[in-house]
Design a protein around this ligand. Structure first.
Ligand SMILES: [Fe+2]
Ligand SMILES: [Fe+2]
Length: 267
């Protein structure tokens, strides 16, 4: 786990996981150091992760007031219930659909939730957070948000990329990465995470990206990319996604071939 600071306002809790044959996927959660502190997503659900203890190296978990759950996928909900226990004042900002999805495994207590839809805003003491639907998403419950005081945008899965190395996945800024490769990897991830994009007209998708450009974010903090200040590059990189080749995962024959490489060779 790496930690990066974005000015005085945000701490990035940068975890990652290996995607066999493709690379290393950043898995970011964030702390927004608002008057009423906001934790954005709660990390991987793997048994060796302890999100609350990681968070406690940044702030006292008991002081958390809001948990912004961008969507209830398991790479975002790892520490959710433990954090609710550790932060008795905290409520989960999420959507009605998110509650329904969570209820299929472990319902959230109704007095610990705050439902907010794209287009709505919430005041967290010293700033207002404006919820929006990112141009790409893999879960219908998804909401990102813009911190209207700093212009920092939290985009959930949108703008992610599986990076080539663990070091690249943990980079403090995408500007430090090889840029041509970044563009290819953004398009690959976009097609993997949001395969419906291949059914979207390219000019319609360009309009959706233009909406992000008009919001003029100072940073884009994706759950699956190092922090990015080069907004125009990030947006331009995604433009070809609708016309890109759909991702097809390895089939059983490919899996058997991969496993055979690991079989011991007799002398
Ligand atoms: Fe997701
Ligand atoms: Fe995700």
């Amino acid at each position: 786990m790496h930690k990066h600071r974005i000015g005085t306002d945000v701490t990035v809790l940068a975890d990652q996981t290996e995607v066999p044959g493709i690379g290393h996927l950043p898995i970011n959660a964030f702390v927004l150091h608002a008057d009423q502190p906001v934790v954005v997503d709660t990390g991987l659900s793997l048994p060796d992760r302890d999100f609350v203890s990681t968070l406690s190296s940044v702030m006292d978990p008991a002081d958390v007031r809001w948990i912004w759950l961008t969507h209830p996928d398991r790479d975002h909900t790892g520490g959710l219930y433990d954090l609710l226990d550790a932060a008795p004042q905290a409520r989960v900002i999420t959507t009605f659909l998110s509650l329904g999805i969570l209820a299929t495994e472990r319902p959230l207590p109704m007095d610990r939730v705050y439902l907010l839809n794209p287009g709505q805003k919430i005041d967290v003491g010293d700033r207002t957070l404006a919820a929006f639907r990112p141009p790409l998403f893999d879960n219908p419950a998804t909401t990102g948000f813009l911190d209207t005081s700093t212009g920092i945008s939290f985009s959930s899965d949108c703008f992610g990329a599986v990076m080539a190395t663990p070091e690249q996945a943990a980079a403090p800024d995408v500007a430090d990465l090889p840029q041509a490769e970044l563009a290819e990897r953004q398009v690959l991830w976009a097609g993997i995470d949001s395969p419906w994009i291949h059914h979207v007209a390219p000019d319609r998708f360009a309009e959706m990206l233009a909406g992000v450009r008009r919001a003029d974010p100072s940073w884009i903090l994706s759950s699956h990319l190092p922090p990015a200040q080069s907004i125009a590059t990030l947006l331009d990189n995604l433009l070809p996604t609708p016309q890109s080749s759909p991702f097809v995962g390895p089939d059983q024959a490919a899996l058997m071939a991969m496993l055979a490489q690991f079989e011991p060779v007799s002398a």
